[in-house]
Every structure is written in structure tokens, then in C-alpha cells.
Ligand binder design. Structure first.
Ligand SMILES: Cc1ncc(COP(=O)(O)O)c(C=O)c1O
Length: 330
């Protein structure tokens, strides 16, 4: 199949760039040093490629991601790096043979894990993102509560998400060190082997975590690209120009096909003016014709992928494979 035969908007993944991204990351963080975060791509076919690159433990953000990973035979060591108050579906996965560890940051999430049949947890620590995670000084008592509830505490996690897009490398490294000092203090109180943290933005800076939870590196987005990492923009949304006016052109890729929380998408050689529900309006010095195909580069990979039912692995104009985005939903 040729790209020209695809219905638009359509998610495209450049095979060569994807493979290069996976190889670059695996060289930097081989085997268990990387616990790829599947929320960035929500696609078991892609997770299987990450497994083939040497990584057998994965990070998930939702219960459904854990379920689909386990059903695909990728459940050897899943970390739900998120809090859940109903862990029964996770407990069912454990009963069926998957290894599932979940994050806890409160007595309630400890009770949910124990009551739901999960056996292993990480204590989630707030290292400055101010999202989930207990205060570092509370981690030890939470670990004790988890052990009293019969849970095995594998260690800690603490995601420094507020530092991922810091563009100055020196500042990013320094602040990552400060965040990880908080996590290491908590780890000393908690015990266990695992110190799980990090993302695509800090994968080189974070030398303190035992494993890095990076996800975006595989497909990439323009927000991360602007920071200057050695990963190529493998993901784009293919669109069709549906209207051309004197001062602008319009492609059929809008808010319903793009995650917009990191800003407007880009089109090589053009300036994107705005996005509406079904439209991206852009200007280009070169003439644009109605029916022309354009590649729209999203600013944020995760919410973009979650809007699509499938992604197409492409090489030039050829569609090599079509993968269901099978971890969508909750
Ligand atoms: C808990 C957690 N870990 C790691 C990441 C890193 O992901 P990425 O590499 O896509 O920035 C995220 C992203 O939001 C996250 O929420």
C-alpha cells in the first residue's frame, strides 16, 4: 500500500527513525536500565520492538495498558507508575501470572493494592513535580504500612516531570540531581532495590535512578525535539489539503487528531497559524494545491497517539505495516 491510499488524518511512523531512536536509547540505557513507558505510544506492536531491543520491564499509566500488555505476552514486569483506588483488575492479572507492581502514595492506595490482589508496590515520592507522590519524609512510614498490609515494597519511584523540557543542559542536570537527592533520601528510608524515575528529557542526566521510565523517545514530538535530544521525529499526522485561499491553506488535521497541550503542530517549510476541530491552517511560500498531502508534526506525542485507532509504519511512500493503537482507553 502507498501512503497516498490512506484515509486522512492518519498517524505515520517512519520505520528508519523509529528503529534509530530505539537503538540510540538502548545503547545509552541497555536492558533493565530502561523501563520504556508505553503511554507514549499505546501500541503493543511497538512495545514488542522495544522488547526486542532488550527491555523486558515496562512502565504503564493506566490499568488498561497493563491488561493489554499482559494479554500480548509482555507482562513479565509491568510497573503501573500511577495511583489506583481499585486494583482488582491488576490483581486479576497477577493471579493469571503477570508481574504487576503499582505505585502507592497514601494509606488508601496501599489498602487498594493489598485488597485488590496486587503483591508488589513502589512508594511514589513527590520530587518536585507536585503531582502524585508522598512527601519524601513520609515515604518510610508508607513503606512500613505497605509491609504491614502484606505487600512487598520493591523500592521507590519519583518522576521529575517538571524538568523534562528544561532546555539548558546544565540547569536540567543540576535540578535533576536535586530532585534525585530527595528520592535517594526516601529510598534509604523505604529499602528495596528499585529507584525508578526519569523520562526522555532527563534520560542522560539521571544517573541516580536504577531504571529510567522514558517513553516519548521512540516516536518523539516537536516539544522534545526543540530541547535537542538525539532522537528523530518519527511520528507525524498525514493530512490532505482540503482548501486553498489567497493567503493560506487548510489541511484536514485538527484538534481531534492532535494533542495540543504543548502548542501548535509544525509543518516543514510552512508556518502553522491555528488549529480548529478538523482543520490546521498554514501558510507556505511554495504554492499549495488542493489534494496535496502534508505531514503535520505534533507538539506532544502521547495525547496525539491516544486520539488514533491505528498507526502506519512507513518507509518513504510505502506503508509497511499497520498497528492498532490497542492500549487506548482505561
Ligand atoms: C510517571 C512518568 N514517568 C515517566 C514519564 C516520561 O515520559 P516521556 O519520556 O514520554 O517524557 C512520564 C511522562 O509523563 C510519566 O508520567
Amino acid at each position: 500500500m502507498r501512503i497516498s491510499e490512506l484515509t486522512t488524518p492518519a498517524l505515520l511512523v517512519e520505520r528508519d527513525l523509529l528503529d534509530a531512536n530505539l537503538a540510540t536509547m538502548s545503547a545509552a540505557l541497555p536492558g533493565p536500565r530502561l523501563r520504556p513507558h508505553v503511554k507514549a505510544h499505546k501500541t503493543t506492536a511497538l512495545a514488542r520492538r522495544q522488547q526486542a531491543s532488550g527491555h523486558s520491564g515496562f512502565t504503564c499509566a493506566t490499568v488498561r495498558e497493563c491488561e493489554v500488555m499482559a494479554a500480548a505476552g509482555l507482562g513479565a514486569d509491568l510497573l503501573l507508575a500511577n495511583e489506583v483506588l481499585d486494583a482488582r483488575r491488576l490483581g486479576s492479572l497477577v493471579a493469571d501470572g503477570a508481574r504487576v507492581t503499582t505505585a502507592v502514595d497514601s494509606p488508601e492506595t496501599v489498602a487498594a493494592a493489598a485488597g485488590g490482589g496486587v503483591r508488589e508496590v513502589l512508594v511514589d515520592v513527590n520530587v518536585g513535580l507536585n503531582r502524585c507522590g508522598c512527601p519524601p519524609e513520609r515515604a518510610g512510614e508508607l513503606a512500613a504500612a505497605a509491609r504491614s498490609a502484606g505487600l512487598e515494597v520493591r523500592g521507590v519511584m519519583g518522576y521529575e516531570g517538571h524538568l523534562q523540557l528544561v532546555s539548558d543542559p546544565e540547569e536540567r542536570k543540576r535540578r535533576t540531581g536535586e530532585a534525585m537527592a530527595l528520592l535517594q533520601a526516601a529510598a534509604a528510608d523505604v529499602g528495596g532495590e528499585v529507584v525508578s524515575a526519569g523520562g526522555t528529557g532527563t534520560y542522560r542526566d539521571n544517573i541516580w535512578a536504577t531504571e529510567i521510565q522514558a517513553g516519548s523517545y521512540a516516536l518523539m514530538d516537536t516539544a522534545y525535539d526543540a530541547v535537542g535530544h538525539p532522537f528523530g521525529q518519527a511520528l507525524s499526522v498525514l493530512g490532505t489539503v482540503v482548501s486553498v485561499s489567497a493567503g493560506h491553506a487548510v489541511a484536514d488535521v485538527g484538534l481531534k487528531a492532535l494533542g495540543m497541550d504543548h502548542g501548535l503542530p509544525s509543518i516543514d517549510g510552512a508556518q502553522v497559524r491555528r488549529c480548529a476541530d478538523e482543520h490546521t491552517t498554514f501558510v507556505r511560500d511554495e504554492p499549495v494545491r488542493v489534494g496535496e498531502r502534508v505531514r503535520v508534526l505534533p507538539a506532544h506525542v502521547d495525547p496525539t497517539v491516544a486520539l488514533h485507532e491505528r498507526m502506519h509504519l512507513v518507509d518513504g511512500d510505502t506503508v509497511l505495516e499497520t498497528w492498532p493503537v490497542d492500549m487506548r482507553g482505561w
